[in-house]
Design a protein around this ligand. Sequence first.
Ligand code: TRP
Length: 344
Amino acid sequence: MTTQVPAPTSTFDPATQRVLTGDRPTGPLHLGHYFGTLQNRVRLQDQGVDLFVLVADYQVITDRDVADRLAEHTENLVLDYLAAGVDPDRATIFAHSAVPALNQLMLPFLSLVSVAELSRNPTVKDEIAHSRQSAVSGLMFTYPVHQAADLLSCKATLVPVGQDQVPHLEVARTIARRFNERYPHADGSGVFPAPRALLSDAPLLLGTDGGKMSKSRGNAITLGATEDETARLIRGAKTDAERRIGYDPTGRPEVSSLVLLTALCQERDPETVAEEIGDGGAAALKRAATEAVNEHLRPLRTRRAELAADRGHLRQVLRDGAERANAVADATLAEVREVMGAIA
Ligand code: TRP
């Protein structure tokens, strides 16, 4: 089983696509990110799309008061990207706070959505439910609008995301459409393409506690974890009492998630993996999963350890990325100001 990106065809020409996706620097990336979007980013890059990867530092403070250890998390995110195969010579890796024009786009965009629309957004509702703050800040409430600024500042056409981000993307599409209608170019054309979601076909991996795998919930296997840590985490994962292993994501979510994880690492079908473990029970399943993860990630982890030694290089990658992202966002903002009739 693999995560799919469209094969290059007459309707999908990678060379014409700009892809943007990103992560908040709140902690290390984990297997959910890896199979959910990271692999897809690298595949797209290798097919020749123009890949932008965003370290969403300003969005850390959407659901918490301070961005804890921001510099460290930012560098480590770049490290995870590079280790996974994002190539800074071909891709643009940058941080929000280094691109003023991106952030300025939020102003006209805020005028294009209603408070009611934002209140209905299921991803915002979920993020509010898991927020560490007692009150919902304006930034949290307008998170999808800022994300629209991310996407539209570089006129992204394709966004490899997990299912949970689809409502956010819908807001970006709405904003693009409304902006184009309200402020067309003189020839009637629109400034913004509507970005499309590129969903991984991998069903969501669960965390070791059976909930959504998440950096902040302490239930994730990180890319940078050691082999021993990986073994310990998987050994402690929730399963069920039934001896025979099967793949039934609805009926037996925890067991099925471990089967799926093994299958993804080995690029096999989860049904085959489950069949093979058969009556081995949870212990055999966990052994198989541990081995599969450690084997699959070994080259990535080796690269990661090498790259981790050179923090200066990680910062240089971000500086180079910021330069490119600024050039692109400045051009977009200039176009926005022009169609809105701003003077000078
Ligand atoms: N909101 C995303 C998350 O929490 C991160 C993100 C920010 C993003 N901007 C983006 C993802 C643009 C895709 C496209 O994971």
